[in-house]
Design a protein around this ligand. Structure first.
Ligand SMILES: [Zn+2]
Ligand SMILES: [Zn+2]
Length: 758
């Protein structure tokens, strides 16, 4: 007879750990108990030695499908009580390292039952099981039990309760379990006809099929949907949302539909159909008959599959309505702001875009926008890490102690909580350009601190004094450290790669506050986890025109060319048609008098300027439009670029030389696509050369910042650095853009605590 106590760490709550353990125990003939203890699942197992060993092996080899076991502590106990049977015991409560499961997309078994006329959950909009359903977004506190979720308002009917308590069913211990008799209900919001349940779904489908716009409450917030084939509907949505060109994501009925419209790698298909179901940016096929306005001029399409049962029902229902197989599914928010979470948000912010709002009465506790994933080199390259991924923690190999809260940046905000060697990046909050965003940030931070049962000792924020995220950090009342924006980007890349040594960071980004009060954004930084030195940057230029310059790349181009072209500036600007507003004299006066101007090294603004010089895009109607278009033009060019005859590095990365070279070639009539490629090539090579010349003994480089969403620039820089003998760290599941910097800030904060610097 042997008794062991196991502590199983990882994603073990809300994934059916206890019932699987109980089944393994029964099959091995072992007695004992299993309990959720918050940070871990605790198991006592008793029986013949070989049976107990078999049982432990089974847990390791056949954990629940959605579990992610990080560690099992196994201790043999000398004196233990005798167990007659194997029991699941109710959740106890302790605190410490906690793992909260992200929301899980509907599983294949549930999808099958959803459309099985004989099943009692036929067409039930909230069907779920031990393997699937909402988790993070319905959770109040841990441990994960129904009474601590927003399902507590829906007492189980007798049948659901018996499934919940029967280890033989797929719903044993599944907290959100419900059915048509006992679950939440869908309805049309503020509907004079009070359509509920079936009527509500049919009404929404009818509107969509007729070209209407319908908001739909999902797992982590509202979406706005319309028929993606209907040009009028899509264009109307663009007008209502004041969103002229930014691509919309689409939801397709099945992988077959995706295959008909897009190219798909096997791994992309696997992730698209998997339990996280992010939006994946896929290359479009020419045959796609979708409305032109879905993603105008964009060779890629953001695609996802239905992940909530209600979304499947929009495509497939028994009401005889013929539905399109592809719907626009864009976040239900005012552009950039946090996604709407409850009916009041929806009434206030999106009702005016919509012909109807299909909502339900299961509350969303924490927002979770859809994650957005690109691919680089056959691997995931995250653009927005949120639903399905947050708040999975990153575990560092380094021994770190304490707790910090990092408030992130101003755009694409996320925050990150660090507890010892675990880092929990939050789901996507959005832009904090107004106070609503800031309020959502503060509320979400509080909720995550409660969920993780931690009280941070230290807050970390950006150096920018007037970011709303910095203000939220100040209001926390905690001791506060500030981290320079572009250093935080490199720290985020180090954290993602669990790298704790020195590296040279290439931080190519939009704009951020520099330590000298100027605008930074094209930086080469020598970094360690606790400090950095600015080795150099792209050549500073004058960013004239104030706020307009960040949207209108032609203004940057004008200012640059006045410097670069000297007495020929007026003639050249004229030939390139770059002055879009006002006249040369006015811009020259603004430039010379440094009116409304700042000194800038922003790589993002450089991309905007080059896009304008090449006549690709003169301005941004959404963030990144000009630079993304420049990348896509460059990608169309397959020709080889000859080396540059100029020396491109010296005191700075000599971006002036690159721009001069491009202008000369453009005036000589060279193809803008080739020049777009040439720009990427020269910039990437010049950055690598600068790193190489200034790295000293450091042999590791890290690439981060919003410009590294550009996978062509990423590829060129990475290879150029590798050719010079560097080991290159890049991102994968943490975004290179501002959505990633919170983990970098938290990493810095934890290292400060370790160094005793606070
Ligand atoms: Zn399921
Ligand atoms: Zn029920």
């Amino acid at each position: 007879m042997k008794t062991v106590r196991l502590k199983v760490y990882g994603i073990v709550q809300g994934v059916g750990m206890r019932p699987v353990v109980a089944r393994h125990a029964t099959s091995c003939g072992v007695t004992g108990t299993v309990a959720n203890l918050g940070p871990y699942v605790e198991i006592f197992a008793q029986g013949d030695e070989d049976k107990v060993d078999d049982f432990v092996r089974l847990i390791e080899e056949q954990p629940p499908k959605r579990a992610a076991i990080l560690k099992i502590d196994n201790r043999t106990l000398d004196d233990a009580p005798i167990y007659d049977s194997f029991e699941i015991i109710e959740s106890g409560k302790t605190s410490g390292e906690i793992f909260v499961s992200p929301d899980i997309a509907i599983c294949d078994e549930c999808l099958e039952e959803l459309y099985d006329k004989k099943n009692r959950r036929y067409l039930h909009p909230f069907i779920n099981c031990t393997c699937c359903g909402p988790r993070l977004t319905i959770l109040d506190s841990l441990p994960y039990d129904r009474e601590r979720t927003s399902m507590k308002e829906f007492p189980m009917c007798e049948k659901c309760a018996s499934e919940y308590h029967d280890p033989e069913t797929r719903r044993y211990d599944a907290q959100p379990v419900c059915c048509n008799d006992c679950g939440p209900e869908v309805f049309i919001l503020d509907d004079p006809e009070n359509r509920r349940g079936r009527d509500a779904i049919t009404y929404a489908r009818k509107l969509l099929s007729e070209g209407g716009i319908v908001a739909v409450k999902g797992i982590g917030g509202f979406h706005i949907a319309c028929d993606a084939y209907n040009e009028d509907a899509v264009r109307r949505l663009r007008e209502l949302k004041h969103r002229p060109a930014k691509p919309f994501a689409v939801m397709m009925k099945s992988a077959d539909v995706v295959r008909a419209h897009c190219e798909m790698l096997p791994l992309q298909e696997e992730i698209l159909k998997g339990h996280q179901k992010p939006i994946i940016l896929l290359e479009r096929k020419d045959v796609s008959g979708l409305a032109r306005s879905v993603a105008p001029g964009n060779p890629k399409l953001g695609v996802m599959l239905p992940y909530a049962p209600l979304q499947s029902l929009l495509f497939d229902y028994d009401d005889g309505i013929t539905m399109p197989d592809t719907l626009i599914m864009t976040s239900g928010n005012i552009s950039g702001l946090p996604i709407c979470r409850d009916d009041d948000d929806a009434r206030r912010e999106i009702a005016r875009f919509c012909d109807a709002i299909l909502t339900h009465n299961r509350k969303i506790r924490i927002r979770a926008d859809d994650s957005v994933m690109d691919f680089y080199n056959g691997k995931p390259y995250m653009i927005r890490r949120s639903r399905g991924y947050a708040p999975l923690p990153y575990m560092m190999s380094e021994d770190l102690k304490g707790s910090v809260i990092a408030y992130g940046g101003e755009l694409k905000n996320t925050f990150c909580i660090g507890v010892n060697n675990l880092f929990y990046p939050s789901s996507y909050i959005g832009d904090l350009t107004d106070l609503r965003g800031k309020a959502v940030l503060a509320e979400s931070v509080e909720r995550m601190e409660t969920l993780l049962e931690t009280k941070p000792q230290l807050a970390v924020c950006d150096l920018h004094p007037s970011y709303n995220s910095s203000l939220a950090a100040e209001e926390s009342g905690l001791p506060l450290v500030r981290v320079q924006h572009h250093y935080a980007h490199i720290l985020s890349c180090m954290a993602e790669n669990d790298y704790h040594g020195e590296c040279i960071g290439v931080s190519f980004d939009g704009t951020g506050y520099g330590t000298d009060g100027t605008i930074w954004g094209g930086e080469i930084l020598k970094c360690s986890p606790s400090d950095f030195t600015r080795l150099g940057s792209i050549r500073p230029f004058l960013q004239t025109g104030g706020d307009a310059a960040s949207k209108e790349g032609w203004r940057i181009a004008v200012s640059m060319l006045i410097d670069i072209c000297g007495s020929r500036a007026e003639e050249i600007l004229g030939r390139l048609n770059l002055i879009r507003n006002g006249n040369f004299k006015m811009h020259k006066a603004m430039h010379d008098g440094k009116l409304n101007s700042v000194v800038s090294t922003s790589a993002g603004r450089l991309f905007d300027a080059v896009s304008a010089i090449l006549g690709i895009r003169y301005e941004n109607t959404f963030e990144g439009e000009a630079s993304t278009a420049l990348m896509y033009e460059a990608m169309k060019c397959k020709s080889h670029v000859a080396a540059c005859d100029y020396e491109l590095t010296g005191e700075y990365i000599e971006t002036d030389m690159i721009v001069r070279d491009l202008v000369q070639r453009r005036l000589a009539g060279e193809d803008p696509r080739e020049l777009a490629y040439r720009f990427h090539r020269l910039l990437g090579e010049a950055a690598a050369e600068f790193v190489s010349a200034n790295a000293g003994t450091v042999r590791t480089a890290a690439l981060s910042g919003g410009c590294y969403q550009n996978t062509l620039l990423l590829d060129i820089t990475k290879k150029a650095l590798e050719n010079r003998g560097f080991n290159v760290l890049i991102h994968s599941l943490i975004p290179p853009n501002d959505g990633g910097i919170s983990i970098g800030q938290a990493f810095y904060g934890m290292n400060k605590l370790k160094d005793g610097g606070i």
